[in-house]
Design a binder for this molecule. Structure first.
Ligand code: ADP
Ligand code: MG
Length: 399
């Protein structure tokens, strides 16, 4: 099931050709429309450099935010084009504001070898999210081959991520896409053992399929976050004011039964009357959660035993923070996991972080570079871990 990548293309298929590259430049902007975090732009640079060094003319497609199929100034990619040209000082970076595909076509034909052209937000186009056939065909005219480097958008069958690749061949993966697939696929299919997964976050409901998919593959599945409280409820424990999903309790009970000793729940909890009342936080055993308090982080004993499990593993996969990491003191459990993963990496383990908030927590701790891989795709990485087919990947050419 391996996909062709740009590295499989012979030089003559790249040089002088228009490479139509779908990237994920869905970056945060401030009120002055300045890019506040350019991680996603920088993540695409290896692919762009690879193509440009080989004489391609690079045409970029991306979405930004959620405009409703028509132009909206605040979602223009123009600020992104400015940031991109700063990041590629030796390259000419052009931007086409028009959303008329004829104008875009003209611009791609005027492009010279080694130049970059960013087109306007794909979600300004009516047929993008409905994967309109006519739009897909029009987009396919904008390049001589197609590259998908937007892993974060690959779980959506949109015209720029899926439809276009039906009509423009070869359709191959970029280097970021290749890296994402290699790590996630490797963890699921050929993990070095022991393989430990850590799952957390706010809701069990969004992650049940991930738990089901991981259980047969992992040696231990460590649970944290509010998710743990739904399991506590299933065990008949008092959960106080913790975030519990009552309609998932039965399912949690089934999972506990099915998983046996593989599923591990926190032994202790950091509780407080509310997120705002951090000053009143205290640690309790899981059977002693007060009725008027909520579990907002895993406790120190749990953090320690989870860290030990991580350090004994050869493959570690983490999705979902252990607590309300945005608000100290409830960030400690998440931080402990990030530290243990960084240490495991330095001892030779393969460590993978998936999920938007978990990735943000690792960035915030300054530990992103200490992980083997931090996925750029929140929703896409979750769907991948659930074992779902990502339409933007499935449509790419096979090796
Ligand atoms: P990811 O984006 O990494 O997949 P999620 O979106 O599932 O993670 O969950 C992240 C959110 O979960 C964070 O905003 C965090 O504050 C929240 N959270 C974690 N633990 C708890 C808890 N015990 N109570 C309430 N919210 C929690
Ligand atoms: Mg999230």
């Amino acid at each position: 099931m391996a996909k062709l990548t740009i590295r499989d293309l012979p030089a003559e298929k790249i040089s002088g050709k228009r490479a139509l590259v779908r990237v994920d430049f869905n970056v945060p902007l401030d009120e002055h429309r300045h890019v506040t975090d350019d991680t996603r732009i920088r993540a695409a640079l290896p692919t762009l450099d690879y193509l440009l060094e080989r004489g391609a003319r690079v045409v970029l497609l991306s979405h930004l935010g959620r405009p409703k199929g028509k132009p909206e100034q605040k979602y223009s990619l123009e600020p992104v084009s400015r940031r991109l040209s700063q990041l590629m000082p030796s390259r000419k970076v052009l931007f086409v504001e028009s959303t008329d595909t004829d104008d875009a076509m003209k611009a791609t034909n005027q492009l010279k070898d080694g130049e970059v052209l960013l087109l306007e937000n794909t979600r300004f186009l009516g047929g993008e999210e409905t994967n309109d056939e006519r739009l897909a065909r029009a987009l396919a005219e904008l390049g001589d081959f197609y590259v998908n480097d937007a892993f974060g958008s690959a779980h959506r069958a949109h015209a720029s991520t899926e439809g276009v690749a039906r009509h423009l061949k070869p359709a191959v993966a970029g280097l970021l896409m290749e890296k994402e697939l290699a790590y996630l696929h490797g963890a699921l299919e050929t993990p070095k053992k022991p393989f430990v997964a850590i799952l957390g976050g706010s809701k069990i409901s969004g992650k049940i399929d991930v738990i089901e998919a991981l259980l047969p593959k992992v040696d231990a599945l460590l649970v944290g976050g509010a998710m743990a409280c739904t399991f506590y409820k299933a065990m008949g424990l008092e959960t106080g004011k913790s975030l519990v999903e009552p309609e998932r309790v039965e399912m949690a009970e089934e999972l506990i039964e099915k998983a046996g000793t593989i599923l591990i729940l926190p032994h202790d909890a950091v509780v407080a009357p509310s997120i705002e009342a951090g000053g009143k936080a205290k640690t309790v055993g899981r059977e002693n959660i007060p009725a008027d308090m909520a579990m907002l982080d895993i406790g120190p004993r749990t953090a320690e035993s989870y860290s030990r499990a991580i350090l004994s593993a050869k493959t570690v996969l983490w999705n979902g923070p252990m607590g309300v990491f945005e608000t100290p003191p409830f960030d400690k459990g998440t931080r402990a996991i990030a530290d243990a993963m960084a240490e495991a990496t330095s001892k030779g383990a393969t460590t993978i972080v998936g999920g938007g908030d978990s990735a943000a927590a690792v960035e915030q701790a300054g530990l992103a570079s200490k992980m083997s891989h931090v996925s750029t795709g929140g929703g896409a990485s979750l769907e991948f871990l659930e074992g779902k087919t990502l339409p933007g990947v499935a449509i790419l050419d096979e090796k």
